[in-house]
Design a binder for this molecule. Structure first.
Ligand code: ADP
Ligand code: ZN
Length: 289
């Protein structure tokens, strides 16, 4: 079955053609400009293929409530050209095929659950640490939406006593996105994260914050697996630092086989950075029914 996949990001849109096995047959990336410019290019791409359904995982916030009059809209984004934009509806009207729609990070969580390291996991978390910090959640086998959708990138943290960096999130000086996103690292230390590879204090502080957020997710959601992706997590030296700090912060409170085997509990994304687009293929499968 030929399926379309669209990962809608704030800087680029990745569109792909694939199938229900998660195989990506071809893909194209185009810059995210205004809807007037970008949407016709996306439609032109998908019209070239006889796809049976399309899965879209979008930057947000987005409205995921099927009963809402603005279901499928991007809502209050600071990217004003896309605010209150009917992102799902335009494809539904123009392509006349079933459309699956969710957040970008829920898409990646679904990709890992269907094709990657969260296979068989009933309750799991996918966290991206990149330009922003975002969290996708599988709860009882399904993507969690709730009131809106999880916004775990904005969980509030205790600051390191020596960290005077004002923070990058316009809403919260002490949220995880504010303190630990790629742009936060760059603004705090004056260099791009990748150029700071060998500077141990950068990664100790990064792990200090990521571990706090992860402990909060663990005690609230009881995930069986925590997958960390996004550009910053390419610094693989972070993994042992984060795992050690998570154990330290839990302080012996939880005894589960997962936490005893923490190297297989807190893990890198497993699909070669294709978890997002593969998740979109699965969103299309689910939409087709
Ligand atoms: P986005 O979040 O925009 O989808 P990414 O997940 O690639 O894209 O995140 C981009 C951020 O990650 C930037 O702030 C960049 O500095 C940082 N980044 C990208 N690659 C690396 C790397 N190899 N090591 C550390 N930081 C990285
Ligand atoms: Zn915030």
């Amino acid at each position: 079955m030929l399926l379309g996949a669209l990962e809608g990001g704030g800087t680029k849109m990745v569109c792909a053609i694939g199938d229900e096995t998660g195989a990506v047959h071809e893909q194209l990336s185009i810059p995210t400009e205004t809807p007037d410019i970008t949407i016709p290019r996306l439609l032109e791409y998908f019209r070239k293929f006889p796809i049976e359904a399309l899965g879209i995982a979008s930057f947000g916030p987005v409205d995921l409530n099927p009963a809402s009059p603005t279901y499928g809209y991007i809502t209050t984004t600071p990217k004003l050209a896309w605010a209150n934009y009917d992102f799902m509806g335009v494809f539904k009207r123009e392509l006349q095929i079933p459309i699956g729609f969710d957040t970008d990070v829920n898409g990646s969580a679904l990709g890992e659950q269907t094709f990657g390291c969260m296979k068989g996991v009933d309750c799991g978390i996918y966290l991206t640490v990149g330009t922003g910090v975002g969290m996708g959640v599988i709860a009882n086998g399904k993507l969690l939406h709730g009131m809106l959708h999880p916004e775990g990138g904005h969980v509030l943290l205790a600051r390191h006593p020596e960290d005077t960096f004002p923070g990058k999130c316009p809403f919260h000086p002490n949220c995880i996105e504010s303190l630990a996103s790629g742009p936060a690292i760059e603004a705090r230390w004056g260099k791009k994260a990748i150029e700071l590879k060998d500077d141990a204090k950068v990664w100790d502080l990064e792990a200090y914050y990521l571990a706090q957020a992860i402990v909060n997710y663990i005690v609230i959601l009881s995930p069986q697996k925590i997958v960390l992706g996004g550009g910053v997590m390419h610094q693989t030296q972070l993994f042992p630092l984060i795992r050690a700090k998570v154990k330290e912060l839990l302080n012996g409170y939880l005894h589960t086989k997962e936490i005893e085997d923490i190297d297989h509990y807190i893990v890198p994304a497993s699909l070669n950075d294709d978890q997002g687009i593969m998740g979109c293929l699965q969103l299309a499968v689910l939409a087709k029914g």
